[in-house]
Design a protein around this ligand. Structure first.
Ligand code: HEM
Length: 213
């Protein structure tokens, strides 16, 4: 195999990074704002955690470490991605040899797609609290290693995972340092999700109110 990337490989990889790296994170941020606007107690907890840090006293490397380790923010982002996974079609695999898994025969060339919603909402994996409820603290308990798979699993899991988590956290920190996110009109009606390139909401309406201090 050639060790050099040809121009068509460079172009297709740049295209993949644009698709995989943009719509995913921005959609996840939309879900984050929905939860923040509808669960103000959770938002207040995050604002308190973020406001306790003297951000201006740190350089960029310190900020990276601090943002990664904000406990409530980390649990919040994990719970958003559990309840609102961004893609399921993105995790398709093709079976390259007939395989027996726990008595199920998977024929060569079969296409396999995990049902991420059944996994992320499975009470045996995510209980004892109802998986339909938004409870960030459920991520404090050690779960099955692939109970949480918004970024896929295995050697071809999302290469941008760490970057995406950091991007999400930095955006939320910047937003919540300056604004309180409030429900917009008709937010109580919720939203419909459909899977196009990503599983996206039809619309989420929120308002931003600048902090007075
Ligand atoms: C919340 C944000 C994101 C989510 C939920 C997400 C999710 C995923 C998922 C589920 C896969 C398929 C994994 C599998 O087949 O097991 C994937 C692949 C990929 N993602 Fe992400 N992703 C996100 C952000 C990003 C970002 C920011 C980048 C790049 C900067 C990126 C680049 C990629 C690439 C290049 C692949 C293909 C990896 C491969 O085929 O080896 N993703 N992503």
């Amino acid at each position: 195999m050639s060790k050099t990337l040809h121009s068509d490989e460079v172009v297709s990889n740049v295209f993949l990074f644009m698709i995989a790296g943009y719509e995913t994170t921005s959609t996840a941020l939309a879900y984050c704002t929905y939860i923040l606007a509808t669960k103000l107690d959770i938002q207040d907890k995050l604002i308190k955690e973020i406001h306790e840090i003297k951000w201006n006293n740190y350089n960029n490397e310190d900020i990276y470490d601090i943002a990664t380790n904000l406990r409530s923010l980390d649990l919040f982002v994990r719970e958003v991605l559990r309840m609102y996974p961004i893609t399921s079609k993105g995790q398709i695999r093709k079976c390259n040899q007939t395989t027996n898994i726990s008595g199920y025969i998977i024929e060569k060339d079969s296409i396999i797609q995990p049902d991420i919603f059944s996994i992320h909402y499975n009470p045996n994996l995510w209980g004892p609290e109802d998986p339909n409820l938004f409870i960030p603290e459920r991520h404090e308990i050690k779960r099955h290693p692939i109970a949480w798979m918004p970024f896929g699993v295995g050697p071809r899991h999302c290469i941008g995972m760490k970057f995406a988590l950091m991007e999400l956290k930095m955006c939320l920190i910047q937003l919540l340092r300056q604004y309180r996110i409030l429900p917009g009109d008709n937010i109580e009606q919720g939203f419909k999700r459909q899977e196009k390139i990503v599983i996206q909401p039809d619309a989420i309406y929120v308002k931003f109110e600048k902090h007075s201090i």
